[in-house]
Design a protein around this ligand. Structure first.
Ligand code: APR
Length: 308
C-alpha cells in the first residue's frame, strides 16, 4: 500500500482499528504497544486472516517506533483504564505522561504525520499531544464527535425503524456527558428529527447518547467500548487518506471559533489530506450556546488539572 498508518496501543480499540484499516485496504498498518508480544501477536493473527478477508495491507506489530517512520497518520489509543481507588485527577496525570512520551517518539519518526487522538479523557489528551508534538493545529485532532453522533444515529434508527444510512446527526462540545447534540440539524432523509419525534423522546435519546460510554462499560464490566470507537477513528483516517473532505465532528483546537479560545473541543471540521482543512461555524441558539459553555467549562477544569 502507498499509505501507512501507525496505531499506538494494541488494546481493544487499537487492534480493532488496525483490523478495520487493513480490511478496508486503506493502508499498511503498524501496531505498537509497550507490552512486548501483544502487538506482534495481534498483527500476525490479522495477517493470517488476510487471505480469507482478501486484502493486501501489510500489518506489523512491534514495540519499536522505528517501524512507524514516515506514517501518514498516527492513531493514539495508548493509555490506562481507571483502576479502583484511582481518582479522575490521577487518571489524567497518568495518561498525560503516557501521551507525552508516546507523542514525542511518534514525532521523531514521523514529523509530518497527522495525529488522531483516541485516549481519554479525550479533549485533555488532545492538548497534551498538541503541546508535546509542537505540530500545527490542523495536524492534531481528536475522535469523539463521530462516535457520539454514531451512537445518536443508531438510537434514532432504532426508534424510527429506518436505515442508519438515512440518518445524519450533529453534535458539538466535549466527549460524553457534556456533548451538545443539535436535534434541529439531525435529520432522517433530510427531515429534521424535531418533525418526527416528540421533544421527550428526542431528549431520552440524547441522554442515552451522552451516557453511551457508561452504558457499554456497565454491560461489559471489564473494559469499555471499542467497536464503535475504532470505526469512528477509521472513518476520520479514511477521509484524510483519501482526501475526501468529509465534514465530521472532531475535537479541534479553537482560536476564536464559536467564541472559544485556546481549547480542544468538538466542532464540525472538513477532513482532507491536510488534516483539519476548515472549521465549520454555524449560528447557535441561546440554549445551545449555554450547553456549549458548560462543555467548555468542564474541559477547562481538566486543563487545570494538567497544569498541577
Ligand atoms: N505506549 C504504548 N502503549 C501503551 C502505553 C505506552 N506508554 N501505555 C499503555 N499502552 C497500551 C496498553 O498496553 C494497552 O494494550 O495501551 C493499550 C490500551 O488498551 P486497552 O486497555 O484495551 O484500552 P482500550 O479499550 O483499547 O481503550 C484505549 O481509548 O476509548 C479510549 O477510554 C479509552 O483511553 C482509552 C483508550
Amino acid at each position: 500500500m502507498d499509505k501507512k498508518v501507525t496505531v499506538i496501543g494494541a488494546g481493544n480499540v487499537g487492534a480493532t482499528a488496525a483490523q478495520r484499516l487493513a480490511e478496508k485496504e486503506l493502508c499498511d498498518v503498524v501496531l505498537i504497544d509497550i507490552v512486548e508480544g501483544i502487538p506482534q501477536g495481534k498483527a500476525l493473527d490479522l495477517t493470517e486472516a488476510a487471505p480469507i478477508e482478501k486484502h493486501d495491507s501489510h500489518l506489523t506489530g512491534t514495540s519499536d517506533y522505528e517501524a512507524s517512520a514516515g506514517s501518514d497518520i498516527v492513531i493514539i489509543t495508548a493509555g490506562m483504564p481507571r483502576k479502583p481507588g484511582m481518582s479522575r485527577d490521577d487518571l489524567i496525570s497518568t495518561n498525560a505522561k503516557i501521551i507525552t512520551n508516546v507523542t514525542r517518539q511518534v514525532v521523531k519518526m514521523s514529523p509530518d504525520t497527522i495525529l488522531i487522538m483516541v485516549s481519554n479523557p479525550l479533549d485533555a489528551m488532545c492538548h497534551v499531544a498538541y503541546e508535546a508534538s509542537g505540530f500545527p493545529k490542523n495536524r492534531v485532532l481528536g475522535m469523539a464527535g463521530v462516535l457520539d453522533s454514531a451512537r445518536f444515529r443508531a438510537f434514532i434508527s432504532m426508534e424510527l425503524n429506518v436505515s442508519v444510512e438515512n440518518i445524519h446527526a450533529f453534535v458539538l462540545g466535549g466527549h460524553g456527558d457534556t456533548m451538545v447534540p443539535l436535534p434541529r440539524y439531525s435529520t432522517v432523509a433530510g427531515i429534521p428529527i424535531t418533525e418526527l419525534m416528540t421533544p421527550d423522546r428526542i431528549n431520552a435519546l440524547v441522554q442515552r447518547t451522552a451516557a453511551g460510554g457508561a452504558e457499554i462499560v456497565s454491560l461489559l464490566r471489564t473494559g469499555s467500548a471499542y467497536y464503535a470507537p475504532a470505526s469512528a477513528a477509521v472513518e476520520m483516517a479514511e477521509s484524510i487518506l483519501k482526501d475526501k473532505k468529509k465534514i465530521l465532528p472532531c475535537a479541534a483546537y479553537l482560536e476564536g471559533e464559536y467564541g472559544i479560545n485556546d481549547l480542544f473541543i468538538g466542532v464540525p471540521v472538513k477532513l482532507g489530506a491536510g488534516g483539519i482543512e476548515e472549521i465549520i461555524q454555524i449560528d447557535l441558539t441561546d440554549e445551545e450556546k449555554t450547553a456549549l459553555q458548560k462543555s467548555v467549562k468542564s474541559i477547562e477544569e481538566l486543563k487545570e488539572i494538567l497544569k498541577k
